[in-house]
Design a binder for this molecule. Structure first.
Ligand SMILES: *[C@@H]1O[C@H](CO)[C@@H](O)[C@H](O)[C@H]1NC(C)=O
Ligand SMILES: *[C@@H]1O[C@H](CO)[C@@H](O)[C@H](O)[C@H]1NC(C)=O
Ligand SMILES: *[C@@H]1O[C@H](CO)[C@@H](O)[C@H](O)[C@H]1NC(C)=O
Length: 210
């Protein structure tokens, strides 16, 4: 009996895992917006560890330069961190992303320096949502990514994500991800929520971002 029970639990766990992966692949992604900044125009790929489909950022911005991190930092990184777009010109450079107005979104910016410019100089710059400052991005380690997250209900049918040069190094960005949330999650009286920390309780593996 014990053996049977264990086996059943194993099968359930196995099927549960399969269904989750299947959902991410087939259904849940429908309204995801997953932008791989600096990837070649019109290109797309499925990230091997998450099954999430990323598309090039070229359709969302006219400025900046496509760059790739040093190959020594690529091992073990999700592919959206391999390429990035840097902004040598102008104080403020913005992405324009069409979204569903009135929908609550998790908005995530990823910044992985990886010595893409060969200068080994860690930059600091600001991140804005439209005209409002979202946060300061301070790169403190060549091989450690910075992730900024916000839960926000955009009022327009587009979102502007802007990188602002504050004289402390050249702005860049690796990925922009938007995940629609149920409007009953993380209800606030006013304003938006920024990520302080996320814990996967009970997990034995490292933090997983989807
Ligand atoms: C990307 O796709 C658009 C629309 O199909 C096309 O006009 C453009 O030439 C393509 N760009 C590249 C670099 O293939
Ligand atoms: C950068 O991060 C790596 C990996 O966590 C660590 O091994 C290294 O010591 C860090 N470098 C500095 C200068 O803090
Ligand atoms: C959440 O969405 C539902 C259905 O779209 C809507 O009826 C409801 O008013 C929304 N609630 C909030 C708090 O926005």
């Amino acid at each position: 009996m014990f053996m049977m029970g264990s086996f059943k639990n194993f099968i359930l766990a196995f099927l549960g895992g399969f269904v989750l992966v299947h959902l991410v692949n087939a259904q849940d992604q429908a309204d995801f917006i997953s932008i791989s900044c600096g990837s070649p125009e019109n290109s797309s790929y499925s990230e091997a560890t998450t099954g999430i489909n990323y598309i090039s950022d070229a359709a969302f911005i006219d400025t900046g330069i496509s760059q790739r991190i040093s190959t020594v930092y690529m091992a073990g990184l999700q592919q959206q961190a391999w390429d990035l777009r840097s902004f040598p010109h102008g104080i403020r450079n913005c992405y324009n992303i069409n979204i569903m107005p009135g929908t609550k979104y998790l908005i995530r910016g990823t910044f992985f320096y990886g010595n893409y410019d060969g200068l080994s100089k860690l930059p600091q710059f600001d991140l804005h949502l439209g005209v409002n400052k979202w946060d300061t991005v301070k790169i403190e380690n060549v091989s450690v990514g910075v992730i900024k997250e916000l839960i926000h209900v955009p009022s327009q049918n587009y979102l502007q994500v802007c990188l602002v040069n504050t004289g402390l190094g050249m702005p860049f960005i690796s990925a922009i991800e938007l995940r629609p949330l149920n409007n009953k999650t993380y209800v606030t009286i006013s304003g938006s929520l920024a990520l302080f920390s996320r814990y996967d309780l009970g997990s034995l593996s490292r933090t997983v971002y989807r």
